[in-house]
Write a protein that binds this ligand. Sequence first.
Ligand SMILES: [Fe+2]
Ligand SMILES: [Fe+2]
Length: 170
Amino acid sequence: MATTDAPTRPTLRDSFPVDNPVQALLRDHDMVRKLAEKYENTHSADVKKQAATQLIQAIHMHSRLEEGVFYPGVRRVDPNLIARFEEDHLAVDDLLATLQGMSMDDARAEPLVREMLDAVLSHIRQEEEQLFPELRQAKLDLTSIGLEMQAFEANLVHLQAQLSDRAARP
Ligand SMILES: [Fe+2]
Ligand SMILES: [Fe+2]
């Protein structure tokens, strides 16, 4: 079993729902919840470390996608909808940056992962209970945002794959 701190190699999702980009975000949220459960429920230190590394990667990719395209796209349509969600992201980004520069063997990692998970799980619940329903109600056409997100994610995955290949090279 791979249990090192080496970054996991990100892969492109099978298909990006360009006409309903919120669906892609919901899938990411589900993945984060599953990894968080794995992190919380395992008794194996190795599985925990692996889940933490995967969580950091998944949250990083999801945050880049929202901050880079989805939020700015929604802000163009309605600036009031996302201000407080962007504030949540700033706090999580700080924790992410600290964790990305740290080994998961470091004793300080576990409380930081828990702090990040608390913030992220409550944030994604609020996106699902408040932001996404508001967008649905506003009946906005999100296709142009979806197309931008698809291209942005493809670039991001390509870049991350290059970085992890470089990191894996002896
Ligand atoms: Fe978010
Ligand atoms: Fe999200």
